[in-house]
Design a protein around this ligand. Sequence first.
Ligand code: SF4
Ligand code: SF4
Length: 359
Amino acid sequence: MLPDQLNSPDALQQLANDIKQWAKELGFSDCRIVDPELEQYRDQFNQWLAEGYHGTMDYLANHEDLRFQPAILHTGTRRILSLSMSYLPESVETVKRLKTPEKAYIARYALGRDYHKTIRKRLTQLAQRIEQAVGDHGYRAFVDSAPVLERQIAEQAGMGWIGKNTLLLTPKAGSLFLLGEVFTNLPLPVDKPQTSRHCGSCSACLDKCPTDAFVAPWVLDASKCISYLTIEYDGIIPEELRSKMGNRIFGCDDCQLVCPWTKFAKYTQESDFQPRHNLDHADLVELFEWDEDTFMNNTAGSPIRRTGYENWRRNIAIALGNAPTSESIIQSLTQALPNASDKLRVHVEWALAQHAAKY
Ligand code: SF4
Ligand code: SF4
């Protein structure tokens, strides 16, 4: 039952306009409204799972109906607000850092505070502001935390299109932004969907992926993706992929950095996304030598905490194996061996072997 003040199309339109203005005031780059049709993606998604492209991310195979039927995920959903927030600080280098092999490269969204916390708080503030205006509207906010097809929702909301790199691209902001959603029971007027994709004949992301993780345009074998390997994957990283990982120790941005639309990316104004602990400039050796307490202290409130100390060192060991040979690298790797777990030892020994011929 709608409140009296919303019983006309004009009133709902005014509310939609207000919501977009409030979203802007809360730091979101874009806010669009959609009543998505998601069933059309079910077969394709299940096929992707059947191929095993999700690696060990078994949670992606769970809750199938929730993913394709928003009204099951949040009872009474009538519209979804799809929102984006840019995350790249102006001072942070990208390609230059990737090309400095003795320094660590961390995905640029992960240098500062955990985006889940920042965006969830703002989404909740937006939903509460709506509540103040119209009363209880029945809502639930999501940020990369539930079975939500966020890119497909954003595309249907008209925010941009899904590129061959599987990310959402927009002509005004490239893809260096994060997405969040508010499911609401309000029957707001919807925005015009995006019905065309503008990658054209470009294939830069497919050609430049360091580990060849794209099976085809729009089809990612996540089990080969450096983001998956360094963040989600808990095991021994396949040997044939290690030398291709370069200095990428947490995530990978290459398929965005090579995208021609990235030149339109907007810098973030959010202090939460400013790098912490010099993570945009740090030497690999310096990070490898963090003890567990330092890791826990320095990653409090950071998305990097998720990978855990052992996998953090596993990732850095690989990067040290890929770095130019130096005394400090050999020393640091050698000193790690006596107390290394079985998993870490495999990677440290591999890294030392990369330098053996040169040292
Ligand atoms: S994030 Fe990196 S490894 Fe993963 S698909 Fe993109 S370019 Fe390839
Ligand atoms: S690099 Fe080219 S093909 Fe890949 S997403 Fe960007 S525009 Fe599309």
